[in-house]
Design a protein around this ligand. Structure first.
Ligand code: AMP
Ligand code: MN
Ligand code: MN
Ligand code: MN
Length: 278
């Protein structure tokens, strides 16, 4: 069953293709009544998205998706209902984004070693601000220039561990990200937990650590999960008494219906929705 809430999506402020205004309009036309914008490491889209949501009579929640390094792996921690004027949040995110530029130059150097020239300039054409350059922008460059036939295939053969163009990167720690969100009066949430390919032992230790630092919720329902993965993480939420969040992780129109903004599956009634504490 579709639900009118979507608590995870991206705009041109990070690696989405719609500007915040068009993103909110699209969510509205899909029947969405409660929307959170959660751009990667960037809060620049929130004011425009909020203003547009007000025009459409939608409830808008200010969000963020922070890049974290945990045991040498990249994880994403969503913060919902944050105070986007919080100075620590603004400064830490700004530093995180500076690291993106350095990493992008290294990615470009790696790609040039296999004959793919001009990737930094090429990828930067797809992003609004150079400090938000991401692997998605490199993926768009590789597809548009016929190096790879689609985005999914980019992330199979390039830019990921063990493949051409992969550059390891140190984001902030799990503890720092959770503290930052809590200090900005937000709710820390483990984003799309199935994406990290962690075995159950590692998942249990991640969740325990997350809770120890003040983490409160888990995005059991994600447009980037299979139905079975959603169910698995509903069970984890029950086991650890975590609130449950749900989001499409929309970046651009796709053939996958659950990745469409505002078309997330609903949160089952036998768990607590994160909206209960927003
Ligand atoms: P970055 O934060 O620059 O490392 O880029 C990560 C982004 O790449 C994610 O937020 C996704 O938008 C995108 N991404 C990663 N893996 C995949 C994948 N398998 N398919 C599509 N997009 C992906
Ligand atoms: Mn992304
Ligand atoms: Mn993510
Ligand atoms: Mn996301």
């Amino acid at each position: 069953m579709d639900t009118p809430i979507d608590l995870h999506c991206h705009s041109t402020a990070s690696d989405g293709i719609l500007d915040p205004k068009d993103l909110v309009k699209r969510a509205f036309s899909n029947g969405c009544t409660t929307l959170a914008l959660t751009d990667h490491d960037c809060i620049d889209g929130l004011v425009e998205a909020n203003n547009t949501a007000i025009q459409y009579g939608m409830k808008f929640i200010s969000g963020i998706e922070i890049s974290v390094t945990w045991n040498s792996k990249t994880l994403h921690i969503v913060g919902l209902d944050i105070d986007e004027t919080n100075n620590d949040m603004i400064n830490v995110l700004s530093n995180l984004r500076k690291g993106r530029i350095e990493r992008a130059i290294q990615i470009s150097d790696e790609l040039s070693k296999v004959g793919i020239e001009g990737a930094f300039e090429g990828a930067s054409k797809y992003c609004k601000n150079i400090d938000m350059i991401s692997r998605t922008h490199f993926a768009r460059f590789l597809v548009e220039n016929d190096y790879v036939n689609n985005i999914e295939n980019v992330f199979e053969h390039y830019l990921v561990e063990g493949k051409v163009g992969y550059v390891p990167h140190n984001w902030i720690s799990l503890k720092e990200a959770i503290n930052l969100i809590i200090e900005a009066n937000g709710i820390p949430i483990i984003a799309h937990p199935a994406r990290y390919k962690l075995d159950d032992d590692k998942l249990n230790s991640l969740i325990k650590e997350f809770i120890k630092y003040g983490g409160l919720a888990i995005e059991s329902i994600s447009g980037r999960h299979t139905i079975e993965e959603n169910q698995k993480f509903i069970e984890f939420a029950k086991k650890y008494n975590l609130y449950v969040s749900a989001g499409s992780d929309f970046h651009q129109p796709s053939s996958d219906p659950y990745r469409e903004v505002g078309k997330t599956l609903s949160i089952p009634s036998d768990v607590e929705s994160v909206l209960a504490i927003i």
